[in-house]
Structures are given as structure tokens and as C-alpha cells.
Ligand binder design. Sequence first.
Ligand SMILES: Cc1cc2nc3c(=O)[nH]c(=O)nc-3n(C[C@H](O)[C@H](O)[C@H](O)COP(=O)(O)OP(=O)(O)OC[C@H]3O[C@@H](n4cnc5c(N)ncnc54)[C@H](O)[C@@H]3O)c2cc1C
Length: 630
Amino acid sequence: MAALLFAVVAVAASLPSTNAFVASTSRKGVVLTSSTADAYSDLSSTTNPALPSPNSSRRQHRITTPLAATAATTDFSSLTPTSKDECDVLVIGSGPAARAIATLLASPINKSANGDTSSSSPDILLADANYDNRWFPNYGVWQDEWESIRTMFSTFNQPLNNECIERTWEVTDCFFGGSFDIPVQERMRLDRPYCRVDRDALRRTLSPKDEVETKFAGEGSAKYRVTRANHISRATSVNVYSPSGSILHDEFGSTILLQSKNGEITQVRAKLIVDCTGHESSIVLKDDRCKSIPPGFQIAYGFLVKVDESSIPDANFVGPYYKEAMTLFDYRTDHFVENSEEEYKANKAPTFMYAMPLDSNRIFFEETSLVARPALSFQECKERCMTRLKHLGITVIDVEEEEYCYIPMGGPLPAKDQRVVGFGGAAAMVHPSTGYHLCRAMMGAGNVAKAIRDELQGSSWNPDRAAARAYDAIWSPSNIAQRNFAVFGGEFLMKQNVVGLRGFFDGFFKLPLPLWGGFLAGWPGLPNNDRHETWWARLVYGLTFVSKLPVSVALDMLGSIAAYCITEGVPLPQSVTPLLGLPDGYEYKEKPTTVGDVAAKAEARKMLAESAVEEIVPVYFTEEDEVLVV
Ligand SMILES: Cc1cc2nc3c(=O)[nH]c(=O)nc-3n(C[C@H](O)[C@H](O)[C@H](O)COP(=O)(O)OP(=O)(O)OC[C@H]3O[C@@H](n4cnc5c(N)ncnc54)[C@H](O)[C@@H]3O)c2cc1C
């Protein structure tokens, strides 16, 4: 490793200054002009006109997706960086995906458990001007998925402490009553524990100790470095960025400009860049070469509230919601006036209530549109939430937090041959039909970290190969085939009315748990994913599922499968049969070392040497490496 680093530094020293690795880690920089500084996008302070104005000091309004970088409108190319840094891998962003991959990349790996042979941990730098911002989503995870992630993290010597989980419910409830003869009050209980992640504890756990105020043992054990600065680029085509010079790639690595909140510019030289700036990354391009369906959107209005329990008859319940259960889906619509416009709209573009009872009279409610294109409005979700709570006799007496959930689902995968590795939302790792992402990203971080560490450790560093291997560790052909199946699922859900969705999920949860659990996981390494990993497993799942559905939903599904195969072509049949092979992946393809027809050129050389004609031929065939030089 040290020898490799020395070799790379030695080679880099001979490069022009923008490409050179530099020893300085100074973070001093220039202050930008006010116009440039104004253009800087401070994600935390951005407000959305759609949100109601706060009327309580404790109420928190948060936009849940980063706004696009403002680079396109600002010319940074004339700015001279005043500080330089270098690292093995630069991770951009500091959400769950970024901190998970940075933590595992920098970890003092448990070699025997992991098969990793590296002698030292790579130098990982994480960049985000908003590194100190809290995370805002209320992450919910299945307990068995979380435990599998803990096991994987421990093989990297990065245990996730118990405090990362704030609350566990031993059972999970659903309500699908109101159609197919299912009584409105009927509760479907799933014997599978669900957890609410303590987002602050997880964030601290996936942070280095000098960068956070730790609270519990085990926090702050990450070993990466942090720079509080953003990238300022936008990809205009594969490996090309605006403003010019803000990211440059060469055969040894990449050079990138980062800007801190006070306008300082730092130039960072990295062997590889991993972009974790979320679903709408501006430096990881989507693949627009192969046909793909645009994303759908999960929209939800959520709030963490205290409810009035004085008139609730049974202290074990909040309305119909059992306090010892997490309610995953309440798809009932009996809270609307019959034949009203509200009922009509809710039937056509359904939403469900997701409820997490916390301690005492605190409960998190979220009215959610599972997936829609175009997205449902937040206002619609909020109004339906209030109508439902009123109908259920639940009186809110205090609002602690509001959540505006916006999750792009499905859509194209990252373009091939990109040098910047997308990870997490930036690599479209969100489940295309459920919106779950946290466990997929955290589990996926293991394989990607291994692939990158392996490349860093190898005898010849090739950033193109490293990037391709990282992408392949995320989207192997087999994983793409599995995703294609789930993308169809998302499209089918999107066209259902509320009756269709109630029938769909009632049948879904009547499947054996490994079948439905595996579908919801949908990521290699998560529990029960083996029930969906092969075409055969998916075919068995599909046939079993159709047999559990109400007849009208089953017929709709069969018709939709046929229509989808006609309109979208290969992806669905490829995912459930062996006939069409696997989708194209991201594997690295060696560039050819010879140019043209070597034998023909050798023959020409021989004939030229033997020729009696002395006139100089205009084309010269060099023997060296059999490369044709014109
Ligand atoms: C409200 C909400 C609730 C959700 N609930 C769940 C759930 O219960 N379970 C689940 O599995 N999934 C859930 N998800 C989905 C998913 O987990 C999140 O979308 C997840 O946060 C995506 O992780 P990420 O790290 O890829 O991106 P993000 O969390 O979006 O992080 C992006 C990071 O990039 C940084 N950044 C942006 N631009 C730049 C730049 N130019 N330079 C440097 N840094 C930059 C930002 O500061 C941020 O730190 C939820 C999502 C939302 C929005």
C-alpha cells in the first residue's frame, strides 16, 4: 500500500499542478466575492413556499431533499484554490449513504472475517458543507434487516450500538378493510418486528469522534476525515463537468474543487470520488442510452405529535392504533363523506396512514402516497391526514416536528463508464416500489467498500476499473434483473385505485413471510433476498402471489404484465425467465492494448523491408507495441 502510494505520488509529482497530489492539508482559503458567496446553496436554510409558517419554536420544518447545486449559473473557473488536500477516496455528502460507505472504507477492517488483505486503512475524506446538520427523515426498518446490517458492519470492526434503534415494536399492523368483503375494522397483524431508527444516534455512530458530540458508547468510531465544503459541479455529459475545471479526471485519479460556506475553495486530489449527494445528484448522470421509465414519487406529510388521551377509552390504543404495534398501512377510506369529492380523489390517488406510537401519548403519523407520477401534493396528504385523525377521534394537542417526505423511486440507473461512483440515492438504490432505502444503502456499503479497498490495495491502480468495480458491486447484472422486477411492481402499484391497493397488499401479506419480506428487502445480503435473487425465485414468487390476490386484482396484474412486456420489452421477461440472459452490467472492460490488425501491419513491414522501391511510403508501421502511428 505504502509502495503504491509512493509510486502514485511520484508519478503525480510530474503532472501539472492541478493534477498533482499535494502534501498540504491546510484548509485556509480565499473569501469569495459576494455574488459567488450568495450563489452558495445552504441546504439547511432553504424554505419551501408550500410549507406552512411555523407557529411554535419547537416546530421544525424541513425540506427532505437537497436542492440542485447552483454551479451552472456561476463561473468558478477563475477562482484559485487557496488550500489543497489529498486522499485515497473522497466521499461527497454526509447522509446515511455517505457516512456508511465512508465509515466502512476507512475502517480498521476485521481481516479474518472479511477476507480483506489490506495492511492499512485507506485515507478517506468526506466533504459536505452541511456536515453538522441533523438528519431529518424518521427512518423505519424491519428488525431482522437491521440485525443483518449490524452483523455486516461488525466484520469491518464497526459495531452499530443498540442506541441506534429508538423503539422496537414486536408486531406490525395493517388495515385493508372496506373492499373484497374485508370488514373496515379488521386488523391484519404481521408477526415481524419493526424498528424506528434513532437518526441522531446512527449519525453520531457513523461519524469520527472529533467531529460530533458523542452521547453513547460506540459513537464516533468512524475513521474518515471531514471537510465542511461542497462540490460545485454539474455533469454535462459522462465525465465532463461545468464549471470547467471543477472536476478533472486523469489516468491516476480526479481533482475536484470544493467550496466551504464562507467561500473558501479547496482543491482535492483523490484516487476515486464517491458521490452520495442523494437522489438528484448533479454529478452522477442517469443512463439515458437505454430505455427506462421515469421515476415515480413517494410523497408523505408526517408529524410527531402528542395526542389528548383524556377521552380515549383504552390506554393501550391511540384511536385504532395499538401502542405495542407499528401500523405500516392503514388504507381505509371510511373517514371521507360518501360520494364526496374528497372520497373520489382518495379512491383514485390513494394514500395510507403510517403510525409509530412512541412513548406515552407521543406518536408519529404520516399520510403517505406510496408512489405516484406526477407526485401527489403535500397539502393533499396533510388534509387527508387531518380528516382521518378527526374521524378516528384522535385530538392532537402538540406538534413536535413535521416531515415532508419526497422520495424519487425507480427511474434510470446511473450511466455506464462514469468515473464518479454514485452511491445511495445518487445510484438509484432506493426500492423502486416501496421507497425503502436505508437498509439497502447500509448493506450495499459493505460490498462497495470491499471492492474499492481491494482495488486500492492492488498492484496497479486504475481508477476506471475501480469505479466500474464499485458500480458492479452496487448494480450487478443479477441485481439489475431483480430491480427490473420491482420496477414493474412500482408501475403496477402506481395505476391502482384504493380498492386495487387494498386487494394487492391483503394478498401480499398472506404470502409466507420470506416471500414478502424478501421482496421488501430487495437487496443482496438482506434477509430473505434469496427468495428473489434468481429468475426462478421471482417466477415462483409471482405465481404464488397471483394465487393470493382477489380475482379482479389478479386479472389486472396478468393484463398489466402482458401490456408491460409489449411496451417496455425485455426487462420484465428477462427477470422471470432464463431466455434473455442478464441485463448489461457495469463490469470493467479492458481497453485493447493493440491497435488495428497486428498481423497485417507486420506483413506490411516485412514487405516494405524487402521491397525494391525506395520511395518513402506515407504510412509508417512501427513495430513498437504493434501500435499504428500515422
Ligand atoms: C422524509 C423521508 C423519510 C424516509 N423514510 C425512510 C424510511 O423510513 N426507511 C427507509 O429505508 N428510507 C426512508 N427514506 C428514504 C431514504 O432513506 C432517504 O432518501 C435517504 O436519506 C437517502 O440517503 P442518501 O445518503 O443517499 O442521501 P441524502 O440523505 O439525501 O443525503 C444527501 C447528502 O448530500 C449532501 N449534499 C448535497 N449536495 C451536496 C454538494 N454539492 N456537496 C456536498 N454535499 C452535498 C447533503 O447535505 C446530504 O448530507 C426516507 C426519505 C425521506 C426524505
